[in-house]
Design a protein around this ligand. Structure first.
Ligand code: SF4
Ligand code: SF4
Length: 308
């Protein structure tokens, strides 16, 4: 088995093999509330969570950004593709008798600690060759001794040129002189259908906010790509609000249906694009919704009725 070759054939830009990581400082910071609640799924201690594993395989999936006018974050289609590639790789490793499991570890902190990436003022992680546009899939693995050649630890480095473009452009004011505050970042509110009003007012893109990545000069070596015809059709707001989510979920993964967040974000985007033509669909969705999703739909309707 040639692990490096398997990783490359699966479509990953890079595969970093590291010892089972330790990150006590990260866990202490999480306990103090330094990170968004989405980090709750990460294990506090990898060694006790995966006692059978002897390595962490970090799989780097590089992707081209979508053009700034796209209504979709390019991260999610890439994330889904990388997930499928990771599952295929797991299948091949299983055939070689290698046990793997998805690793719930703080991958970006680990990349920085190992000297492979560096944290920018925007709190994004920069990887040489990828900028900030990459997805990490992480596997804990029990590899045979002859495969345990770890990626050499790099020296810490900096890449941020402190140009303040991200700080000036951030719609939530999340990047300040004292660092990044997740509470003011739109991305922190994309996990469910409930969004604070200030987030709904500023949302211009489905499933994320790309502003700090788009303005960062460290990403400017990458040419953006237009949305594909399939993406255009799947993420058409009329289609999403009519309840036809299937083509979109095929591109971004079924778990993105969770809690109605895609419908909620489509509703908010429709409101911010002044799509009064979609009011009947929004009303129909509201009639069959409840809880947080219904509240978000009602916000979108009231926003559009003010415009009508
Ligand atoms: S936009 Fe400028 S300040 Fe912000 S992360 Fe990029 S290089 Fe650093
Ligand atoms: S993702 Fe958007 S809201 Fe969050 S820090 Fe970047 S620009 Fe600001």
């Amino acid at each position: 088995m040639n692990l490096h070759e398997l990783v490359k054939t699966a479509g990953f830009r890079e595969g970093f093999l590291l010892p089972v990581p330790q990150y006590e400082a990260w866990t202490r910071r999480r306990e103090s509330g330094a990170f968004a609640p989405q980090t709750g799924w990460i294990e506090a201690d990898a060694a006790s969570a995966y006692p059978w594993a002897n390595a962490l395989l970090l799989l780097i999936w590089a992707y081209a950004p979508l053009a700034p006018e796209a209504v979709l974050s390019g991260y999610y289609p890439a994330s889904h593709q990388s997930y499928l590639a990771m599952q295929a790789l797991r299948g091949q490793l299983a055939e070689e008798g290698v046990r793997t499991e998805r690793a719930a570890v703080p991958v970006k902190t680990i990349l920085v600690d190992w000297g492979l990436g560096t944290r920018l003022d925007s709190d994004l992680i920069y990887l040489p060759g990828c900028g900030t546009r990459f997805v990490v899939q992480a596997l804990m693995a029990a590899l045979p001794a002859e495969q345990l050649t770890f990626t050499p630890k790099g020296a810490p480095f900096t890449a941020c040129v402190h140009c303040n473009r991200c700080r000036r452009a951030c719609p939530g004011g999340a990047i300040g002189p004292n660092g990044y505050d997740w509470r003011k970042c739109l991305r922190a509110y994309e996990e469910g259908p409930a969004m604070p009003e200030w987030v709904m007012e500023k949302l211009i893109c489905l499933l994320g906010c790309e502003v700090c990545q788009n303005v960062c000069p460290l990403n400017h070596f990458m040419a953006p790509r237009p949305m594909t015809a399939a993406e255009e059709a799947a993420f058409d707001l009329e289609k999403l609000l009519s309840g036809d989510l299937k083509p979109a979920l095929e591109l971004i993964g079924k778990n993105m249906r969770k809690g109605g967040k895609l419908t909620a974000q489509a509703a908010v985007l429709a409101a911010n694009q002044n799509r009064t033509d979609l009011l009947p669909l929004l009303k129909a969705q509201t009639a069959q919704s409840e809880g947080d999703l219904k509240e978000t739909l009602l916000w979108a309707i009231s926003h559009l009725q003010k415009e009508a």
